[in-house]
Write a new protein. Structure first.
Length: 415
């Protein structure tokens, strides 16, 4: 009889502990209705058990020879098993909750409507007027903290008429020293650290068209007190004639961001970078054959400045250091071309919900690929939190003396 009473007491204690644990879990995860219902039922059984213990204490002699004792024992054992199962479920829920906290989801959705008018210098070529509505961007970013020094990043991207079906835009592993040593390593598909391409406009600057490079790479860097020095190795898609397919692409980058408080009310980021073959950029790669006579290096430099978070200046240059051979770039025809581009932007935020931006940009040796000179204006309005409306106008003139007027409207949501 004492053994049976001990089992009952232990079971009641286990139930009490389980109830406390689940109450804490429920405070963090209020949607576990199934567990709550089961625990409510167990509460009632606990009350019944307490009552039964008092009855057993007053009828010990009767209980010794009663056939109910084995049945009661089995009932207690079954109840204890249920408590153990609940404890395991709670542990699983807690573990899942910890992983959920390590995962951060973000992204953006951009819908654009545009009107483009092309005025060709050649009278034999008819001028064109085109317009369209597109889901310009649908992006989902997943960032995971695997452990203190290990993380991961995946970006899924869909751009109408550009990346169909959905493209894994980025996917890489992050290793960093954090509080121990200011070193980091990224390995996987990424945008290598060539150029900056900061802009307040809807349309990307011309510098982005000839410089942005997405490759599978290994990047190693040093980051401390606003200074970021890094290098990346990759196997580019444009090879030199006669060379084997091998890892021969390299990027080096230096960037410095002024620590907060160093310059009151002023934000400053400045940097420069070098790439061993600018022909591997996403824009120029499509205009080159798979093999060229020799790789052509590229350089980039930028300055990004803000004052009291209302006035913004963006300056950037991206260009090749040598000329491509005649006939290699499709838009250069039989000329030896040295593509380069620059961008200058000024933006002003009169009130928190409005921003007005001006742009002047230009290029050399890009033929009809991008305008030789272009200016424009953009107006951004924050409609709701993380929701914006923007309208921009760009007027561009090409090396061929063709002109383009481009009007774009955008609704964007970020999360």
């Amino acid at each position: 009889m004492r053994k049976m009473k001990a089992i009952i007491v232990v079971t009641v204690a286990l139930l009490g502990v389980a109830l406390l644990l689940v109450r804490n879990v429920n405070a963090q995860e209020p949607n576990k209705e199934s567990l709550l219902k089961e625990l409510e039922a167990l509460k009632k059984e606990v009350q019944a058990l307490k009552k039964r213990i008092k009855e057993l204490e007053g009828t010990e002699q009767t209980a010794k020879g009663s056939p109910e004792a084995p049945a009661q024992y089995h009932s207690m054992k079954g109840l204890a098993d249920r408590v153990k199962r609940l404890e395991k479920e709670i542990e699983k829920e807690q573990a899942a909750g910890k992983w959920v906290k390590r995962i951060n989801l973000s992204g953006r959705i951009e819908v654009e409507a545009n009107y483009e008018k092309m005025d060709y210098k050649d009278p034999a070529q008819d001028d064109t007027n085109t317009s369209d509505i597109t889901l310009a961007t649908a992006e989902l970013d997943v960032d995971v903290d695997v452990s203190q020094h290990v993380g991961g990043h995946i970006a899924f991207l869909w751009e109408e008429d550009e990346t169909e079906p959905v493209d894994v835009d980025e996917g890489f592993i992050i290793l960093d020293g954090k509080d121990r040593i200011p070193l980091y390593l990224n390995a996987g598909k990424m945008y290598v650290p060539f150029g900056y391409y900061e802009s307040h406009f809807i349309s990307d600057p011309i510098t982005n068209s000839i410089g942005e490079t997405n490759q599978s790479a290994i990047k190693i860097g040093f980051a401390n007190y606003g200074l970021d020095i890094c290098g990346a190795l990759f196997n580019g898609d444009v090879d030199e004639t006669g060379d084997d397919d091998k890892i021969d692409g390299f990027v080096g980058s230096v960037r410095w961001t002024a620590p907060e408080g160093m310059f009151p009310d002023i934000g400053l980021t400045v940097g420069g970078s070098y790439i061993s073959n600018i022909g591997d950029s996403d824009g120029l790669e499509a205009e080159l054959p798979s093999t060229i006579k020799r790789h052509v290096g590229g350089i980039a430099g930028f300055l990004s400045l803000s004052f009291v978070d209302r006035y913004f200046v963006e300056l950037e240059y991206v260009g090749a250091v040598k000329r491509f051979e005649a006939g290699e770039l499709s838009f250069a025809g039989s000329r030896r071309a040295k593509p380069e581009a620059w961008n200058v932007e000024f933006a002003f935020r009169p009130v928190d919900v409005w921003e007005i931006g001006l742009r002047y940009e230009g290029s050399n040796d890009l033929g009809d690929f991008e305008p030789e000179s272009q200016w424009g204006v953009v107006v951004n309005y924050s409609l709701f939190e993380n929701t914006s409306l923007a309208v921009e106008y760009l007027r561009g003139r090409y090396e061929t003396d063709d002109t383009r007027d481009l009007v774009t409207g955008q609704v964007a949501v970020t999360f």
